[in-house]
Ligand binder design. Structure first.
Ligand code: CDP
Ligand code: CDP
Length: 204
């Protein structure tokens, strides 16, 4: 039977890390929906008109090597505000959510717009400073010379754009379980997520 776990929240809150661990725990498939918007953003940077880029997206576009960059993240959040871009990506995400073996989707609007009927919804968050610190560490590991302040500004700018847009703004679903990871280790954050999902599964 399909069982959908929706995990939303702002940049670098730990959604991806938690989603992968939760999917592995239950043997579910995992879709990082941010990658879809990043792929459209990357195509826009290559000169493709964003709506057309979203409507003609293929799995090959999700394999571009630079999708995790700062520039692509900004482009992603710009194209993500265009209603036709979001609309073009809905069917793929909903079909993924309906997999028989169960699915975990992480993003910004999974619990509110893509899968409002998801059996379990989590909203993962952390302070902007903690999130920027995590992203900064990741970027440093990749040889980036961006300053912490530049990363913090990027994270805050993207949060503002994502939460203030008219189309599917980032926000917790009314029935989402909130997990603040600011002071949690990855292990504790994953345990909190599994605990919340187990409670939903037990409730039927
Ligand atoms: O997917 P999202 O952008 O929300 O975040 P992520 O890529 O899962 O996590 C961002 C970074 O924070 C990664 O380097 C994680 O290892 C780290 N992290 C952490 O330090 N503590 C947590 N409780 C969760 C994630
Ligand atoms: O990893 P991080 O949290 O930094 O970003 P991401 O999840 O890869 O998402 C990149 C951008 O795509 C976000 O800033 C949003 O603008 C957009 N996005 C969205 O609008 N809706 C989603 N379901 C997922 C991502």
């Amino acid at each position: 039977m399909p069982f959908t776990i929706a995990i939303d929240g702002p940049a670098a809150a730990g959604k991806g890390t938690i989603s992968k661990a939760v999917a592995a725990h239950y043997g579910f498939a995992h879709l990082d929906t941010g990658l879809l918007y990043r792929a459209v953003g990357a195509r826009m940077l290559d000169g493709v008109e964003p709506i057309e880029a979203a409507q003609t997206l293929t799995s090959k576009d999700l394999e571009a090597p630079d999708l995790r960059s700062h520039e692509v993240a900004q482009a992603a959040s710009k194209v993500a505000a265009i209603p036709e871009v979001r609309e073009a990506l809905v069917d793929f995400q909903r079909a993924f959510a309906q997999r028989q073996g169960g699915a975990v989707l992480d993003g910004r609007d999974i619990g509110t717009v893509i899968c409002p009927e998801a059996e379990a919804k989590l909203y993962v968050t952390a302070s902007a400073e903690v999130r920027a610190g995590r992203r900064y560490k990741e970027l440093q590991g990749k040889g980036s010379e961006l300053s912490f302040d530049a990363v913090l500004a990027e994270v805050k700018e993207r949060d503002a754009r994502d939460s203030e847009r008219a189309s599917a703004p980032m926000k917790p679903a009314a029935d989402a379980v909130l997990i603040d990871t600011s002071e949690l280790s990855i292990e504790d954050a994953v345990a909190a997520a599994i605990h919340a999902v187990d409670a939903k599964r037990a409730a039927g």
